[in-house]
Design a protein around this ligand. Structure first.
Ligand SMILES: CC(C)(COP(=O)(O)OP(=O)(O)OC[C@H]1O[C@@H](n2cnc3c(N)ncnc32)[C@H](O)[C@@H]1OP(=O)(O)O)[C@@H](O)C(=O)NCCC(=O)NCCS
Length: 279
């Protein structure tokens, strides 16, 4: 085989993440045996995605966001889907994948859109800072424009929680990290301004939810918005796996979303005969 062919074949897959040789595994240049037992899992996530090890404060904050989004109970569609799948005779990996596939723009995946929203507010502010626009003003005009288009504001509102306990705690940790100089605090200011602007427009508070709060953390830590959903999936996968496993141990078979004794509502055509002439 010619050298040119070998060169083009070895260049087929390029990665700067990992280098493996017989007896040697290096992640981003670090020997795996030095990482094992030295760094925590959030630090490993950071190293894989960012190429460098985080500072202790960065690693703690990422870990906090990953802890926060792990689970929201068996009625959360991602968890319910995994539990239902686990009663259908599929393997644990299929049940986990089923749950993950329920995470979309409205459930769990809004964090990515919310990071884009915070970036849009920051861009609006940068464009109008010479005109004296404040963060509150930038948030108000961005929210007004989106509500006029009848959009839901990603990262805000919750079906169960008047105030999401996870959001307050995560923002408090961001504030503490800003105190240590680990983050700028700019995304937290924007997130709070968006919450206020939304409340003013709607006439009631739609609280920052887990996606809005993790979006603040991920933006503060410098993650691109394109990774927002992936990071949420990483976190929720732990809850999905625990529920799928618990369900498989409980031994239910073909469980639907409700006990069969509770009917659903049919709103279609009344009973009618098939005419038989194809008409
Ligand atoms: C999470 C969510 C589905 C909760 O739904 P809900 O409380 O049942 O709210 P509904 O979609 O039924 O809307 C109820 C009212 O609140 C408004 N509302 C709720 N969340 C809103 C949001 N994020 N932006 C704008 N309006 C919102 C609706 O427009 C509606 O207003 P109306 O009564 O004037 O028509 C909803 O808030 C949402 O879609 N949020 C954005 C996506 C998101 O962040 N998802 C992650 C959830 S953890």
């Amino acid at each position: 085989m010619s050298e040119a062919t070998i060169d083009s074949a070895t260049g087929w897959w390029r990665t700067s993440i990992i280098d493996i040789h017989p007896g040697s595994i290096r992640v981003r240049g670090y020997a795996i045996e030095e990482l094992i037992g030295t760094i925590g899992f959030p630090d490993m996530v950071w190293l894989m995605l960012r190429g460098e090890l985080p500072t202790p404060a960065q690693g703690r904050l990422l870990g906090a966001a990953l802890v926060a989004a792990v689970d929201h109970g068996p009625q959360a569609p991602s968890i319910a889907t995994a539990r239902m799948a686990a009663t259908c005779g599929v393997g644990l990996n299929n049940a986990i994948a089923s749950g993950i596939n329920a995470l979309g723009d409205v459930h769990g995946g809004a964090g990515q859109q919310c990071m884009e929203l915070y970036a849009a507010v920051a861009a609006r502010l940068a464009d109008h800072v010479a005109d004296g626009m404040s963060v509150a003003g930038a948030a108000e005009s961005e929210i007004a424009a989106r509500l006029e288009r009848r959009e839901h504001i990603p990262g805000f509102g919750h079906r169960f929680h008047p105030v999401d306990p996870r959001a307050g705690r995560l923002l408090a940790l961001v504030d503490a990290a800003r105190g240590e100089g680990a983050v700028t605090g700019e995304a937290a200011v924007i997130g709070r301004a968006v919450e206020d602007a939304l409340a003013a427009r709607k006439g009631r508070r739609l609280p920052m939810n887990i996606d809005g709060a993790t979006a603040v953390v991920f933006a503060e830590l410098g993650f691109p918005s394109g990774l927002g959903r992936g990071l949420f999936v990483l976190s929720r996968s732990v809850g999905i796996m625990a529920h799928a496993w618990e369900q498989s141990q409980q031994g239910g078979r073909i469980k639907g979303p409700m006990p069969p004794s509770i009917p659903y509502r049919y709103d279609g055509a009344p009973p009618r005969p098939v005419s038989g002439d194809g008409a």
